[in-house]
Design a protein around this ligand. Structure first.
Ligand SMILES: C[S@@+](CC[C@H](N)C(=O)[O-])C[C@H]1O[C@@H](n2cnc3c(N)ncnc32)[C@H](O)[C@@H]1O
Length: 257
């Protein structure tokens, strides 16, 4: 058997250490992440909510959709954007800590989630009939352990994926595979909204480092092209969250038939 050149060996070793499976997701500090990102609503969240809630409201055809938020983490607002359409919302998450956090928050949501709900509710007829959003969420949401790369195709009518595909790996091939796996989990013509950190170099949560794959609007479009139609990509200004990123990207669209 011929051995690879030594330089190739170490290059492969480095490449293998920066993938999704190389990080200890069960050590994700949900409380620290929540406090930093969603303890109060920022302007970038407001803009994302406007884009996503308008999109879902426009394509609302049902109250009985099967919905999924992939890599839900310590964030309830993607799930809230789907609430008027959904009979069931799966909060799909790899990390044990985040699943525990999600189960606790569904029962006793932090007060800040009302800021996010009020913003999506304002002036949107699809959201206004819901008077007790968190009671409804606790009845409709289910936290499920899962890996984005193992999602089965064609299972859900609508879906969200916020800051996941580009924030779980440094590898571009995994970013593409995660994005496509998310969209493929929808039925043909299923509606999706996805948010991405733009040009991210990684992030810290509670003193631990987590990876990122630096992507821009073109990368997002290219990843979506084979699996999605009606794709609309919008850039959201954001600079104060942390160092090492350059805005946010929101993509909406439908699963290809
Ligand atoms: C940057 S956080 C985003 C959390 C949340 N969606 C938000 O909007 O803030 C990335 C999330 O992806 C989860 N994750 C990491 N690898 C995953 C995988 N292979 N499958 C599903 N979720 C994963 C992490 O546990 C974490 O909750």
């Amino acid at each position: 058997m011929t051995r690879p050149e030594p330089w190739l060996d170490s290059a492969m070793d480095i490449a293998q250490r920066v993938g999704n499976a190389d990080f200890d997701w069960d050590a994700f500090d949900s409380a620290a992440y929540f406090e930093h990102n969603y303890g109060t609503m920022r302007g970038d969240d407001e803009r994302i909510i406007e884009i996503v809630a308008d999109f879902f409201q426009t394509y609302r055809r049902t109250h009985s959709a099967r919905a999924i938020d992939v890599g839900a983490g310590a964030n309830l607002y993607p799930a809230l954007t789907m609430l008027p359409l959904a009979a069931e919302v799966i909060l799909y998450e790899r990390a044990f800590t985040n699943r525990q956090w999600l189960n606790a928050q569904i029962e006793r949501p932090h007060a800040s989630w009302w800021q996010f709900w009020s913003h999506m509710n304002a002036g949107r007829s699809a959201y206004q009939p819901i008077k007790e959003p968190f009671d409804l969420l606790s009845r409709r949401a289910r936290v499920v352990k899962g890996n984005i790369f193992s999602l089965q195709p064609g299972q859900f009518d609508i879906g969200t994926m916020f800051f996941v595909a580009e924030s779980i790996t440094t590898r571009n091939d995994e970013f593409v595979r995660a994005t496509q796996s998310f969209v493929n989990s929808l039925v043909p013509r299923g509606s999706f909204a996805a948010a991405f950190m733009r040009d991210s170099s990684g992030y810290r949560v509670g003193g631990r480092s987590f990876p990122a794959c630096s992507v821009d609007e073109r990368d997002v479009r290219q990843a979506l092209l084979p699996v999605a139609t009606d794709v609309r990509i919008q850039t959201v200004d954001s600079k104060d969250l942390r160092d090492g990123y350059c805005g946010m990207i929101v993509a909406t669209g439908h699963k290809r038939t």
